[in-house]
Design a protein around this ligand. Structure first.
Ligand code: SF4
Length: 338
């Protein structure tokens, strides 16, 4: 059995998570790729290398800010490595982990986005960080740093000899629990934090609880909390059905009696990432129009630039080059004539 360090916080509540089918590929969000870009930028800077050319100026600046903020006694020393893969046996299970950067006696994990710091437990309760400490320190003393790059906060867990021993016991307990309850799905409030909920039958079955809510009186606290889980389950179910329908429609458009079909269409959109930069560019084109179009510009740069009297192709290309706007290919599904 293999377990990923990053899955331990979910597995502690629900061993079944390890048995979920793999996530379909190609579901990467802008959010995830922003995080990946910042990680790549930070890794390069820590190693004293140039920032990868594919990062936009904004992403590069974010990465530089993140590294600038870190204490000098960390950044003055070149890491032993970045993006390091680990794997070790514990309780007959292979625990794997991917750490962001490591020095002698220190392992650092960078967190980007995701509502930090509110969605994270204190570092002492963060099993992912404990697992990184155990893996990178090979079970011995080590300092674990969790760097919240958005809010520039470094949480630290110092594991001395005793701490490292206790750490190994904590991890062994969780791994034993997961191993002994293999395939057992335990639903509850923790499902709302689970990345697997759109793939999880056990959780989605809880959508059945929605219709039994009383309509003639106020909900009790416990009913409200169960309803919240059921609502999350219903949303996960809808998302999954929608994804399956889209997959089907990509191959075979879904036909309606009136001859219309539900099928994908692909188009490019350019969206502004920085509202101030957009405003200044529009202001340079036409100060009188800039105020009027500034709001529109966030959603539809092309229309805004045209209204301000500029050449959309040229302005958009400049903004994309400067990292102020990003063009993405979007696929939307809609009913249209066959
Ligand atoms: S959604 Fe809930 S039941 Fe399903 S794998 Fe995640 S934590 Fe377990």
């Amino acid at each position: 059995m293999r377990l990923r360090a990053s899955s331990l916080p979910i597995l502690r509540n629900c061993p079944g998570y390890a048995s979920l089918p793999d996530e379909p590929e190609g579901d990467g969000t802008d959010y995830a790729s922003e995080g990946t870009a910042r990680h790549a930028g930070i890794a390069a800077l820590l190693m004293g290398e140039p920032i990868p050319a594919e990062l936009t100026p904004t992403q590069a600046a974010d990465a530089a800010d993140a590294v600038d903020w870190l204490p000098d006694d960390i950044t003055d020393v070149t890491p032993l490595g970045v993006e390091m893969e680990h794997s070790a046996e514990i309780e007959g299970v292979t625990l794997t982990g991917h750490t962001d950067a490591e020095w002698q006696g220190l392992v650092l994990d960078h967190k980007t986005g995701g509502g930090q710091p509110f969605n994270l437990p204190p570092i002492e309760d963060d099993l992912q960080m404990r697992a990184y400490g155990w893996l990178a320190g090979e079970g011995g003393p080590i300092t674990v740093g969790r760097y919240l790059t958005d809010v520039q906060r470094l949480d630290v867990l110092d594991l001395d000899e005793d701490g490292a021993r206790e750490n190994a016991e904590i991890l062994a307990d969780v791994v034993r629990f997961v191993r002994d309850h293999k395939g057992e799905f335990i639903t509850g409030g923790h499902c709302l934090e689970c990345y697997g909920r759109t793939r999880c039958d056990a959780y989605q079955a809880r959508a059945d609880l929605l219709p039994v809510l009383p309509r003639d009186r106020a909900l009790t606290d416990s009913e409200a909390s169960r309803a919240l889980v059921a609502l999350g389950a219903a949303k996960a179910l809808v998302k999954r059905v929608e994804a399956e329908l889209k997959e089907h429609a990509r191959v075979t458009p879904i036909a309606r009696d009136d001859g219309k079909v539900w099928a994908p269409s692909t188009y490019n959109t350019t969206r502004i990432k920085d509202g101030n930069a957009a405003f200044l560019r529009l202001y340079a084109l036409n100060p009188n129009e800039a105020l009027a179009v500034a709001k529109v510009a966030k959603g539809d740069v092309e229309a805004a630039v045209r209204r301000a009297g500029g050449d959309p192709d040229q302005v958009l290309a400049e903004m994309v080059d400067a990292g102020e706007a990003k063009t993405t290919e979007t696929t939307s599904f809609r009913w249209r004539k066959a």
